[in-house]
Structure formats: structure tokens, C-alpha cells
Ligand binder design. Structure first.
Ligand code: AFP
Length: 332
């Protein structure tokens, strides 16, 4: 019987790279590393309750947040795996105060990678979906030097690729290299990611809203007004609320099912809560490439230039019509 299976992630990336005669194979090697780290993290997340990996380490990260055991495990796994690829010059992680700078010897890495190793850590202990988010930049510093800040502090508009994985009822990895956005589901029996969601497109207008509405009392009045106009429109049906509290899961649902994810600035967090480099940037890139939109409620996420590694931002992700209308309502 002829084999009839979907393409693997690596077959898919290799085929895309063949369109670039100058490609060296470095990007495919990087994706192999990211996929391997994702598989290792997925395995541990699925068995966390059995292997003493639930709960907190007792340490706090650079942002003062309690570090969960699985946060630490995921961070170490991504760092080790990406370092071994030999194609990375610098790594920035939500869990690290300072970046990891990799030497140019024996071969200089050509990519800088930023990631949130395990997003949604407050949900880990309750078997709720969590995930990893990553962004890939081309190296900016000279190749005879050690990689560093210059390679990492780039605008999300300069990403060459971004993606995330969700460890949920299945493990899915979503990736874009700037043209299409595609999803690959892990087949645990093969240990391979197989193409399951080709060319994901965000609906211009959706029916779901995703936000922590308990914060609404602290939102700016114009944002609250816009949100309420969406919740209960003067005409037509009201929206439905879906909020997991793991950005990666909320964004994934919004990407596939439509609607809007809204995490505005508030009185407690006037700069916003979500991290530009590790969360909003890569997800913003994916939404834009899938035909949707991503803003900080004032300007596109892809136009923001980070000043520091751990910069935060308000975030609005969704379909083009919904996001444009929300911003218009904010300005009224
Ligand atoms: P981390 O687990 O990476 O720290 O991220 C958690 C998070 O930033 C994001 O995943 C959620 O969308 C958001 O926090 C939830 O925040 P609230 O608890 O304020 O709703």
C-alpha cells in the first residue's frame, strides 16, 4: 500500500528552503533543534505529575515571578538544544536576566533566538494547556565576535521566523518563516511533527473575546469603552468569552477560531504585562503573517523597537476588522 502520511515539519521546512539557492541548511538545523526541545518539554509536561516536576523551585526570575520547576526545565532544555545546533549566536529568555552569548568559534552562529520557555506557568500544576513561544532574528553583529545584545534587541518586524508550541490535548507546533503560517501536530508514536494545519488564516471578524476581565476596573476608560462595545454590540449577537490565562493557548484559539485577545495596560501595569520580545513580538508576527493584526492598542507590534530585553507591552491580537474597529473605538 502506498504511504499516505502528511509531511513532517522538517520535510516541509527543507522543501521551503529549496526555493532559496543560497540557503546553507542552517535554518533547517535550527528548526530541528527547536522541534527536539519542544518534544522533550512536551514529554515532561505530560508526565509532570509523575516525575516530581510540578510546583515551584523556590527561586524568583528577573521579573520577580516565582519560577516553577517546569519553567526551569524548559529553559535549560531550550538553551542546551539550541546551543548544540551550532547555528545560534545569542539567546534571550524570559527566565534569564542577561542573554547567553555564544562564541564565534568553531563556527559563528547566524541566528539569535528569543523565547518564553514555558508560557502559562500558573496553569502547569492543573493540567491546563501551556506552551513555548520563540522568535528568530538574523545575526546583526560581526561574525568574528561573540553574539550579544545587538542581535537580540531587534524589532519584531525584523523577525525571520517565529512560532510556538502548545502542550494541550495534543502537542502542536505553529511556525512561520514569513510567508505562510502552518501548524504541525506531534504524532507521539512516530515522535514527529506532521503537517496538520496548512496556511492558517485569521478570520477578519470573529465571535470570541479573550481577556482577563477581572482587571477591567483598572483599564484606561477608552479601552474599557471599546471592550464593552465589543462585548455587547448595539446590534447583532454578543461575543463569547474564552480565557485560559496561558497566552499561548489563548492566542492559538484566537488564531484558529477567530476573535480577539486583549491584554491592555492597566493602573498596576501601565506598560502592559506581556513581554515584547518573548511573547507579543513572535505572536504578533504570526498574526500578521496569517492575515490578522497585532497592536499595543495604538501602533502595530511589529513597529515597536525594544529598549531592553524584558520590555513589556499591552497586546491586542485578532482579525483585521475587529482590531481596526477596537482601535477606532479606543480613539473616540
Ligand atoms: P508566564 O507563565 O510566561 O509568566 O506568562 C503568564 C502570562 O504572561 C501569560 O501567559 C498570560 O496570558 C498572562 O500571564 C495571564 O495573566 P493574568 O493572570 O493577569 O490574566
Amino acid at each position: 500500500m502506498p504511504e499516505n502520511r502528511p509531511m513532517t515539519l522538517i520535510e516541509y521546512v527543507t522543501r521551503k528552503q529549496q526555493a532559496f539557492p543560497q540557503a546553507t541548511g542552517a535554518f533547517t538545523t535550527l528548526v530541528e533543534g527547536l522541534a527536539l526541545a519542544t518534544k522533550i518539554i512536551s514529554r515532561e509536561v505530560n508526565q509532570a505529575g509523575l516525575g516530581h516536576l510540578l510546583g515551584l523551585t523556590g527561586r524568583r526570575n528577573v521579573q520577580g515571578e516565582a519560577v516553577a520547576r517546569l519553567d526551569e526545565f524548559s529553559n535549560d532544555t531550550l538553551i542546551r538544544t539550541l546551543t548544540r545546533t551550532g547555528v545560534v549566536c545569542a539567546i534571550g529568555s524570559e527566565e534569564l536576566a542577561v542573554p547567553i552569548r555564544l562564541p564565534a568559534d568553531p563556527v559563528p552562529g547566524v541566528y539569535a533566538v528569543v523565547f518564553d520557555p514555558l508560557d502559562g506557568s500558573s496553569n502547569i500544576d492543573y493540567a491546563v494547556s501551556v506552551g513555548s513561544i520563540f522568535g528568530v532574528y538574523r545575526r546583526r553583529s560581526s561574525r568574528d565576535q561573540i553574539g550579544g545584545m545587538e542581535d537580540l534587541l531587534q524589532s519584531p518586524g525584523d523577525l525571520v521566523a517565529a512560532g510556538y508550541s502548545v502542550y494541550g490535548s495534543s502537542t502542536i507546533l505553529v511556525l512561520s518563516t514569513g510567508d505562510t503560517v502552518d501548524g504541525f501536530t506531534l504524532d507521539p508514536s512516530l515522535g514527529e511533527f506532521l503537517l496538520s494545519h496548512q496556511n492558517i488564516r485569521v478570520k477578519p471578524k470573529g465571535k470570541f473575546l479573550s481577556a482577563n476581565t477581572c482587571n477591567r476596573g483598572a483599564w484606561e476608560p477608552n479601552v474599557l469603552r471599546a471592550f464593552e462595545a465589543f462585548e455587547q454590540p448595539a446590534e447583532g449577537k454578543p461575543m463569547s468569552l474564552r480565557y485560559v490565562g496561558s497566552l499561548v493557548a489563548d492566542a492559538h484559539r484566537t488564531l484558529l477560531a477567530g476573535g480577539m485577545f486583549v491584554y491592555p495596560a492597566d493602573r498596576k501595569q501601565p506598560e502592559g504585562k506581556l513581554r515584547l520580545l518573548y511573547e507579543a513580538g513572535p505572536l504578533g508576527f504570526l498574526f500578521e503573517k496569517a492575515g490578522g493584526a497585532a497592536t499595543d492598542t495604538r501602533r502595530p507590534i511589529l513597529e515597536i523597537v525594544p529598549k531592553a530585553l524584558h520590555d513589556r507591552t499591552p497586546l491586542l491580537l485578532g482579525g483585521t476588522e475587529d482590531v481596526a474597529r477596537f482601535m477606532e473605538l479606543c480613539r473616540e
